[in-house]
Structure formats: structure tokens, C-alpha cells
Design a protein around this ligand. Structure first.
Ligand SMILES: *Cc1c(COP(=O)(O)O)cnc(C)c1O
Length: 402
């Protein structure tokens, strides 16, 4: 297979990626680089990982034919239902895999960063499952606005550290987790929540999420008699659910890919999280990628209604995809996402996470042929976002009746 878009031996995707870490983490990161592929490819790991995905996470997730939405958009629309996973999103696919990896490497303490708290909950969940000590770093601002997830993490037995540096949001939580890792490199395994961080994390997370497209292949074969779609659509924060959605199709030119990033108030304003539109080359959390930064290289705050897409960087794999033109990247603004969330709810009875609603909003921006097979990943469920939807209903009305 032609490997233009996956990681090379040096940990790069084109010009992006690498492992830019402090000296003290050098050994940790290199141990992981040496061990991750042998572990992931071992029969024992595969057996344990797939058993947990099946009986604990609830996989395979359904590929659902959305009849009413298909009629509205003039295509054959299938929804990949990651919202039905245990803990309500795709993130658990990754945490289940990484905790097995941590155990194989003899680590006893787990740390993680979290923004909205979804990755924190998914990490605390697998730590409870495995009886491992769990510490979560979360910006103080997010601790206040994502209270329920903080309580869930505590109930699961995790210790939550509010981070008070910078804007006190996800980016600062990542920095603090890396600092903690530097202090306890021996016993600690850092479970990274998206396709970001130093090599090999983006590749580890993409492989853990690749179960999504592995399933889409046989599910489409079953329903459509062919294993590939014409379009794949997913939302992008750091890039993990989209990486999983496109993973097994990345070198298949028959498949067009549309990624929806968070436009916030708009890419021509200061209130945006659309890194692939607005970012420039820089180093963020251990990797060279696209970053939203000031002229003198200070990382800017990201802005979006969706806490899960609220990151001023993007994984190196996606930076490369964006720059190489392999994927079509759309910026979806807050009000467009709110409308799309209501639309899916009223048309199909599925309340999507506000993150996933960004992917749904992309449907409006593409002209499909009636025979086009479109697979859209619903990365998570919207229970956590009901208040946000209700508070912003007025803005959504502008786009149409529902
Ligand atoms: C965290 C999250 C995202 C964004 O993260 P990616 O790594 O880009 O997938 C998207 N949707 C949901 C439901 C999330 O919880």
C-alpha cells in the first residue's frame, strides 16, 4: 500500500509530527516508540482489546441508514453510531487500548488531560475497570463549566487536578499533564486523548480508533454490496474520530473525505477554533503541526460553542491531510452546528453531541448525486449538550424551520 498519509519511520506525516519533548521524557517516549507496534500487533493484545470492545464498549457500533435525512440531502446517508458506545462517544475505543498498553509496559499510574471532560471520563472508566490509579488534568474554567463530568470522574475514583495556568482550558491541561509526566516518568503512563502529542501518540490513537473504518467496510459491504462509500464526513477537534473514520480508506482515491472543524463565530473573527483554516506551522504539545498563534508564536485561545473541539492545535496527520489537499476541510460556525443538531434530532430522533453536529452541518455544503453513499460519523451523544442547544435555539431558527 502506498503510505502517503500515514506516519513514516521517523514519526512524521510529511513535514508534520515528530517528538519535540523535554530531555527528561526522552527515554519514556523512545520506550513507547520501540514498544507500541509489537504490543498492538501481538495476538494477546488483539484478543484482549477486541473482547473489551465487544462486551464492554458495545461494538460493533451500528451503521444506520438515515432515511429522512437521505431524502432531504439527496444521497444515501449512513450514520456511524459512535454515540452508542459506553460513556457516550468514540473516546473509549482509545482509552481501552491505551490502558492495556500501559499494563503491558508495567506502568502503575495513569494520567490524562481533558477539556470537556469526555476523555477524562473515558480514562477514569478504564482505570476503574483495571483497578489503576488515575489522575486527570483539567483547566479550572472547564472544571466549572463541565461540572457533571467532573463528578463522574470523581465517582469513578479519579483525582481531578484543576489547572490554573493560561486560559485554564484544554491546551493548559495538556501542558500540565506533560509537566506531571516529566516529574514521574518511570511509573506513569500518559493516556493521550486525541491524535496529537509527540510521536508515537498520533499513530497509537489513530490505530485505536481505526476500528471505526474497519467496521464501516464490512457494514457497507453488507448493506450496499461494496465496501467503500463515496463520501466520509466527520468532525475534527484533535482529529481522533475522523482519523478512525478515514483510516482504512485513506489511500483509496474513490473515497472523498470531508472534515468539519469548529468555526466558532467565523474564521474571519478572533473567536474561532478552525486551526486548519487559520493556523500556521508551529510546535504544540510535542509535535510540529498547525497552530493558532500570534505573530511572536504565543498560542492563541480557541473559541467554539463545543468544548470538545476547543483546541488551538490539530494533530499532525490532519495538518498533513489539510496541506496535501487529500481532504476537504470545512469550518462550521456555532449557529450552523446548533441548527444541524436540532435537525438530526427532529428528523431521526438522534440528539448528537454538539461536536458531532458540526459534521452534520457539513451536509448542507456539499452537492451530492442521488446514488452517492455517504457515511457520517456521529462521534458522541448530546445528553451533555441539552442546555447548550436550548440556550441557542434562537440562533438556529435563522437557518430554517424545525
Ligand atoms: C472529544 C470529542 C471530539 C473531538 O475530538 P477528536 O479527537 O477530534 O475526535 C468530537 N466529538 C466528541 C463527541 C468528543 O467527545
Amino acid at each position: 500500500m502506498n503510505k502517503k498519509y500515514t506516519v513514516d519511520e521517523k514519526g512524521f506525516y510529511g513535514e508534520f509530527g515528530g517528538a519535540y519533548v523535554p530531555e527528561i521524557l526522552y527515554k519514556c517516549v523512545h520506550d513507547l516508540q520501540d514498544q507500541y507496534l509489537p504490543i498492538i500487533e501481538s495476538e494477546e493484545f488483539k484478543r484482549e482489546y477486541h473482547a473489551l470492545l465487544k462486551d464492554y464498549v458495545g461494538r460493533p457500533s451500528p451503521l444506520y441508514y438515515a432515511k429522512r435525512m437521505s431524502e432531504r440531502y439527496g444521497c444515501k446517508l449512513y450514520l456511524k453510531r459512535e454515540d452508542l458506545n459506553h460513556t457516550g462517544a468514540h473516546k473509549i475505543n482509545n482509552t481501552v487500548g491505551q490502558i492495556l498498553m500501559a499494563k503491558k509496559m508495567g506502568k502503575t499510574r495513569i494520567i490524562a488531560e481533558t477539556g470537556a471532560g469526555q476523555h477524562g471520563v473515558a480514562t477514569a472508566t478504564v482505570c476503574a475497570l483495571m483497578g489503576m490509579k488515575c489522575e486527570i488534568f483539567m483547566g479550572k474554567t472547564d472544571v466549572a463549566r463541565q461540572h457533571t463530568n467532573v463528578e463522574r470522574m470523581k465517582m469513578l475514583g479519579a483525582e481531578v487536578h484543576p489547572v490554573t495556568t493560561g486560559n485554564m482550558t484544554l491546551s493548559d491541561a495538556c501542558s500540565e499533564a506533560i509537566r506531571d509526566w516529566c516529574c514521574h516518568p518511570q511509573e506513569t503512563f500518559y493516556i493521550v486523548g486525541s491524535t496529537m502529542g509527540p510521536h508515537p501518540y498520533p499513530d497509537i490513537v489513530a490505530r485505536m480508533q481505526s476500528v471505526i473504518s474497519e467496521e464501516i467496510k464490512w457494514q457497507l459491504e453488507e448493506k450496499e454490496g461494496r465496501s467503500y462509500p463515496d463520501y466520509l464526513i466527520a468532525c475534527v477537534g484533535g482529529g481522533s474520530n475522523s482519523a478512525g473514520t478515514i483510516y482504512h480508506y485513506i489511500d483509496d482515491d474513490r473515497v472523498k473525505m470531508i472534515l468539519a472543524e469548529a468555526g466558532g463565530h467565523g474564521i474571519d473573527t478572533d473567536y474561532t477554533a478552525a486551526t486548519m483554516h487559520c493556523g500556521s506551522v508551529g510546535i504544540i504539545h510535542g509535535a510540529k503541526s498547525l497552530v493558532m498563534q500570534t505573530d511572536d508564536g504565543q498560542i492563541k485561545e480557541a473559541f467554539t460553542i463545543s468544548a470538545g473541539l476547543d483546541y488551538p492545535g490539530i494533530g499532525p496527520m490532519h495538518a498533513h491531510l489539510a496541506r496535501s489537499g487529500r481532504t476537504n476541510i470545512l469550518a462550521i460556525n456555532d449557529d450552523e452546528a446548533i441548527y444541524a443538531g436540532y435537525e438530526l434530532t427532529r428528523m431521526e430522533g438522534i440528539i448528537p453531541a454538539i461536536e458531532s453536529a458540526h459534521a452534520v452541518a457539513a451536509l448542507k455544503k456539499v452537492r451530492f448525486n442521488p446514488t452517492d453513499v455517504v457515511v457520517l460519523t456521529v462521534s458522541g451523544r448530546g445528553d451533555k449538550d441539552v442546555q447548550t442547544y436550548l440556550n441557542n435555539k434562537q440562533a438556529a431558527k435563522e437557518y430554517g424551520e424545525f
